[in-house]
Ligand binder design. Sequence first.
Ligand code: NAP
Length: 496
Amino acid sequence: MGEIQNYIGGRWVPASTGRTFEDLNPATGETVATVAASSSEDVDRAVRAARSAFEQWRKYPAPKRGEILYAVGQLLKERKEQIARLMTQEMGKVLLEARGDVQEGIDMAFYVAGEGRRLFGVTTPSEMPDKFQMAVRDPVGVVAAITPWNFPMAIPTWKLMPALVAGNTVVFKPASDTPATAAELVRIFEEAGLPEGVLNFVTGGGPEVGDALLHHPDVDIVSFTGSTETGARVVAETAGKNKKISLEMGGKNAIMVMEDADLDLAVEGIIWSAFGTTGQRCTAASRLIVHRDVEKPLVEKLLERTSRLRLGNGLDESTDVGPVINERQRRRIHEYTQIGVREGARLLVGGEIPTGDGLSRGYFYAPTLFADVRPGMRIAQEEIFGPVLSILSVGDLDEAIRVNNSTKYGLSSSIYTRDVNRAFRAMRDVTTGILYVNAGTIGAEVHLPFGGTRGTGNGHREGAVWTALDVFTEWKAIYVDYSGRLQRAQIDQFNP
Ligand code: NAP
């Protein structure tokens, strides 16, 4: 892969610091690329490039903006396998899931491309005669897009594509663990014909590049996805600066299994949601809330399936679970399993760093199940972001929903039941932004709103373009009076 540079004003350039850092493969410890370690000076150049491109880009016909996204979708489709392999090397998820991550970017490109021919506004009648009125969407201006490493293609496309189709210009700061996949996306935008300065790319650490974006006076909107802790910093650092802020943050998602559920189906969904992406999805299931009548058979099935999961390099098609992202995260996961044991939860399997063949150089962690977890325990409340599932037992649906709703996060939930009444009560009473019925907590499609309540978000939704546009546009109300006389709203009453 070689060296990854910044992309500013249509040119690939090194960081002004002259420094680089290493992008490492979490399965092998090998270097994937060296990456520009940028500073606030690079951020300033990128924001200035975005600002000066904005005037032309906002006037570029929206259907033509959409056509560029369509070309991006085509290129992503052609390079899907190559990008997926790079992603697996860079952040560890198994190839099957890396392909899915790129596919989400492809879906987003084709979906949002069509928005160039919609970008619908609103017309409404006036209370006055001979007067026309409407509301149209205007771009906000310069967008700072700050993204995490766990979906290195999908999440940037959720931000960049709606932002660009609406006529904004962008400075994109990828996670420092996944700059190579992000750079591939930027190259594709360049190849698809995006004009210079419309999309800029600056790599480097959160405290340097991210923080400089938060403080830059010419950034109009910050679209952030990452942890709730960093999200809180985004809010604090931008307070009083009049920037629009959109936050997508952590989760503590639960699967509820009722006593009438199809247990084999539930086991499939639980394994996929808890250990897919090594438990590092914002929507990963980290709690299983099970009716006590079926807890024993369900846990037996889960234990059997969990102990059969194969750990290894995600490039090996027989691997079920890849490494976690880095040593810091592995330490954090291990600390949490020790906390669980100290809190009195019963460790059923895992809770350790595995030592099998080919695992010693990577950051692997054994898929872990805890039973006898109580709702107030830290392992039932805090986001661990690893392959750790806490099992809580309950006596009925009301208790299941109460426990489900009782964390500071509100992203995704799921219920397994064959009773339509229970399913509808869950649909009414669950307070997360996403709910699945008879499926796990993961698997969002791009054209529905994606995001969560409480500590997961600040009321915005990405994904569905109509909700994403509420982030990336401002409404402008326009009144056209063609009566030829002064008509005063609320004062001159219409008198036929
Ligand atoms: P993170 O540590 O919060 O980092 C997210 C982004 O913020 C990275 O680009 C990071 O840069 C940057 N950053 C760090 N410190 C910053 C600062 N002081 N100012 C500005 N930017 C800063 O999160 P992560 O570990 O990458 O991702 C995992 C988290 O994301 C989990 O909590 C997960 O639940 C959440 N997530 C949420 C969603 C959702 O849609 N709700 C989706 C995916 C992930 P560096 O990489 O350089 O540190």
